[in-house]
Design a protein around this ligand. Structure first.
Ligand code: NAG
Length: 635
C-alpha cells in the first residue's frame, strides 16, 4: 500500500498550506509576542456538538453560548465581555467572550480554584443531556483553539489536534459526569537571539477531567485537585461544583508560522487523490467524446448540409439543421431564466475568486470566519456581473419588461436565501442556541446588500441593456415546427438524471470534506484540491450538457434553453441526495430543530448549486449552438 501514498511534497503543494512567514502578515494574523509573565488571554467560544466516539455520529446541530444560564461556568468579575469578530465568523456561529482564567506566559500554575457553582435540578438535567450528546468546549488562547490530542485508529504514533475538548463523559454505569478540572497545556516558542518579547503561543491542548473537589480555607479558598471521584450532577437536588485548572507551559520548537499545521490533519490523503484521478478520467473521457462529436460528426454534418443545400434532398434529411428556424426562438419565461443566469454568473465568479484567494493563502484559518466574510464581500461586489449578465441575456431573448428585470435580478435569489436564513434562525432562537444570528448582524447584512450590492447590480443592468444583444446567426421562422416523438433518454427527467451525475461525480469527495467542516467544525483547507475539482466540475458540466443538447437538436427538439439549464443543474439533485444519505448515516439528530436546520441548509445549498451548475450548462450550450448554426449555409 505504501506506494499508493503520494509523496508528501506533492500533497503539500496541492493542499497549498501556505505558511505566512516573516515577510508579511495580513491584518489579524500577525503574531503576538509575550514577555515571560505577561498575561495571555483565554477566551471562550460557544459549545458545539461533536462526533460521539461510541456511534461515530453527531446527535445535534445546535450550539450553545458558553455562559448559557444552565451551564453555570465561572464568569469573570464584571461579567464576560464580547471579543470583536468578523461578519463571517458571527454568521457561522462564533460567539467569543472573555473568561476568568488567568494565564501568564511561561509560568506554571497548579490547581487554581476558579469558582464554585450551584447546579439546580433543571440545570443538572440540561447539562447532563448535553454531556450525553457529546458536547465540546471551545476555547481560544492567542487565537489558537484549545484542542484534544488524538490519533487515527491503527496509526497511534501520528498524533494531531482536533478542535475542542469534551464537556463531560459517560461512566461505565451510563451516568454522565461533568469535567470540572482542566489541565491546560500551552506550547510556547522562544525566539532565539532576542531578549525581550520573545515568546509566542504555538499550541494549546486541554485535558479535562472530572473530580469531586475538597474545598478548604476561609476567606481565600483552595482546592486540592487530588480526588479520583468523578463529579456527577444530581437530578434530584442541588449540586455544588468547584472548577479548577492547572497550567503547564512547555517550550516547543514549532515556529509560529507553522502552528496551525497540527490542526490541519488530512485523514486520508489517498481519498483526495483517488477522487481527483477519478474525476480526471471522467473529464478526459467526456472531452474526448465531445471533441469527437464536434470535430468529426459536426464537420461531416456541416459539409453535407452545405453541399445538399443546392438540391431538393435537404427536405428529407433529418438532424439538427432542420430546426435552424426555431432554435433561436426565445425560451418560455425569459425573465426567470435571465434572472437565474445573472445570479448564477454571480455565484460562479464568487466561488472561483474565493477558492483562488483561499488557495493563495489569504484566508488562513487563524482569521476566524475569513472564508465566509470573503464570500459575502465577493458576492456583494459581483452584483455588477449579475446585473449585467441578466440584462444582456434578457435583451438577447427579446424581453421587453426591462424595469422588472433590473429590479428582480438583485432581489430574487438573495431574497430566497435571506428568507430561508431568517426562517431557520427562528428555530435557533427557539432552542436558545448561540448559533442564532443576532438582529444587528441581520441588519448589517441588509444594509450591505442595499447600499452596495443593489446599486452595483443596477449599474450592471444599465450596462447590460446598453450593450448590443447577442445576435442569432440564423433567422427565426414565424411558425414553430412540430417536434417529433422523443427517445426515452431525451425526455426531461431521464436526461436530467443522466447528465447531472457526472458533475456531481467530479466533486463528491471534496463535498464530503466540506460537509464535515460545516457540521463537525473540522478545519477545511484542501483548497488546492478544491480548485482543481471546481475546474473539473465546470468542464464536466459544459461538456455533458453540450453533448446532450446536440442529441436533442438532432432529434429535432429545439427547446434547448431551459433544458440545458435543468440537465446541468440536475447535479444539485445528487448533491441533495448525498446530503440526505449523510443525514441517515452520519447524523442521528434528536429534536425537530436540528433536523429542520440540517435539511433547510441542505436544500438552500442545493438550490444555489442548481443555479450555479445550470448557468454553466446554459452558457456552454448557448456558445455551442451559436457556433454550429453559424457554420452552415442557409438560404
Ligand atoms: C511546567 O511544567 C512542565 C511539566 O512539569 C515542565 O515540563 C515545564 O518545563 C514547566 N514550565 C516552566 C516554564 O517551568
Amino acid at each position: 500500500m505504501k506506494f499508493f501514498r503520494p509523496s508528501p511534497s506533492l500533497a503539500t503543494l496541492l493542499a497549498l498550506r501556505v505558511s505566512l512567514s516573516a515577510a508579511f502578515y495580513l491584518p489579524g494574523v500577525a503574531p503576538t509576542d509575550y514577555n515571560e509573565g505577561d498575561p495571555v488571554a483565554l477566551n471562550v467560544n460557544r459549545l458545539t456538538p461533536a462526533i460521539l466516539p461510541s456511534s461515530q455520529q453527531v446527535q445535534s446541530l445546535i450550539s450553545y453560548d458558553y455562559y448559557h444560564e444552565f451551564f453555570h461556568f465561572c464568569s469573570p468579575d464584571g461579567g464576560p465581555k464580547k471579543i470583536s469578530e468578523s461578519l463571517g465568523s458571527i454568521l457561522f456561529g462564533d460567539r467569543i467572550l472573555t473568561s476568568p482564567f488567568k494565564l501568564n506566559m511561561a509560568k506554571n500554575d497548579t490547581c487554581k480554584l476558579l469558582c464554585t457553582s450551584r447546579y439546580d435540578v433543571r440545570s443538572s438535567k440540561f447539562t447532563n443531556m448535553r454531556i450525553k450528546q457529546g458536547y465540546n468546549l471551545n476555547w481560544l488562547i492567542d487565537g489558537l483553539p484549545a484542542a484534544t490530542l488524538t490519533s487515527q485508529v491503527g496509526d497511534e504514533s501520528n498524533q494531531f489536534y482536533s478542535q475542542g475538548f469534551s464537556l463531560g463523559g459517560v461512566g461505565g454505569d451510563q451516568k454522565p459526569f461533568l469535567n470540572n478540572h482542566y489541565d491546560i497545556i500551552v506550547d510556547y516558542h522562544r525566539i532565539p537571539g532576542r531578549n525581550e518579547r520573545q515568546n509566542r503561543v504555538v499550541g494549546v491542548v486541554v485535558q479535562p477531567s472530572s473530580r469531586t473537589q475538597k474545598i478548604s480555607g476561609g476567606a481565600v479558598k483552595t482546592a486540592d485537585c487530588n480526588s479520583e471521584q468523578p463529579q456527577y450532577l444530581r437530578e434530584d437536588g442541588d449540586t455544588e461544583v468547584a472548577f479548577t485548572y492547572t497550567v503547564y507551559w512547555i517550550e516547543s520548537p514549532t515556529a509560529w508560522a507553522t502552528r496551525w499545521d497540527k490542526y490541519l490533519h488530512v485523514f486520508d490523503p489517498r481519498i483526495h487523490w483517488f477522487s481527483l484521478v477519478n474525476s480526471a478520467i471522467i473529464v478526459v473521457f467526456l472531452t474526448g467524446m465531445v471533441s469527437m462529436v464536434l470535430l468529426k460528426t459536426l464537420r461531416k454534418d456541416i459539409a453535407r448540409y452545405n453541399q445538399l443545400d443546392l438540391n431538393e434532398d435537404v427536405q428529407e434529411d433529418s438532424g439538427w439543421k432542420l430546426v435552424h428556424g426555431d432554435v433561436f426562438r426565445p425560451p418560455k419565461n425569459p425573465m426567470l431564466l435571465s434572472i437565474f443566469l445573472g445570479s448564477g454568473a454571480q455565484i460562479f465568479f464568487m466561488t472561483g475568486v474565493t477558492i483562488l484567494f483561499a488557495l493563495l493563502g489569504f484566508l488562513s484559518p487563524s482569521g476566524r470566519g475569513s472564508l465566509a466574510t470573503a464570500m459575502i464581500i465577493f458576492y456583494t461586489l459581483l452584483g455588477f456581473v449579475g446585473g449585467y449578465t441578466s440584462a444582456r441575456v434578457y435583451k438577447s431573448f427579446g424581453g421587453e419588461s426591462w424595469k422588472k428585470n433590473i429590479l428582480f435580478t438583485p432581489i430574487f435569489i438573495p431574497g430566497v436565501v435571506f428568507s430561508t436564513f431568517f426562517f431557520l434562525n427562528f428555530f435557533l432562537i427557539w432552542k436558545g442556541s448561540s448559533g442564532a444570528v443576532p438582529l444587528w448582524t441581520m441588519i448589517a447584512l441588509i444594509c450591505i446588500w442595499f447600499v452596495i450590492s443593489l446599486p452595483l447590480s443596477f449599474a450592471g443592468s444599465w450596462f447590460g441593456f446598453r450593450a448590443p444583444p447577442v445576435e442569432a446567426p440564423v433567422r427565426t421562422n414565424q411558425i414553430p415546427r412540430q417536434i417529433p416523438e422523443q427517445a426515452m433518454y431525451l425526455k426531461p427527467i431521464p436526461s436530467m438524471l443522466l447528465v447531472g451525475i457526472l458533475p456531481f461525480g467530479a466533486i463528491f469527495v471534496e463535498l464530503y470534506f466540506i460537509m464535515s467542516s460545516i457540521w463537525f467544525q473540522r478545519v477545511y483547507y484542501m483548497f488546492g484540491f478544491l480548485f482543481v475539482c471546481y475546474g473539473i466540475m465546470i468542464i464536466t458540466c459544459s461538456t455533458v450538457t453540450i453533448l446532450m443538447i446536440y442529441f436533442l437538436l438532432c432529434s429535432e427538439n429545439y427547446h434547448w434553453h431551459w433544458r440545458a439549464f435543468f440537465i446541468s443543474g440536475a447535479s444539485a439533485f445528487y448533491v441533495l441526495l448525498n446530503a440526505f444519505i449523510y443525514w441517515l448515516s452520519k447524523l442521528s439528530l434528536g429534536g425537530l430543530a436540528s433536523n429542520v436546520l440540517y435539511l433547510g441548509y441542505s436544500v438552500l445549498i442545493g438550490f444555489l448549486f442548481f443555479i450555479l451548475t445550470g448557468t454553466i450548462g446554459f452558457f456552454s450550450s448557448w456558445y455551442f449552438v451559436k457556433k454550429i448554426y453559424a457554420s452552415i449555409k442557409i438560404d
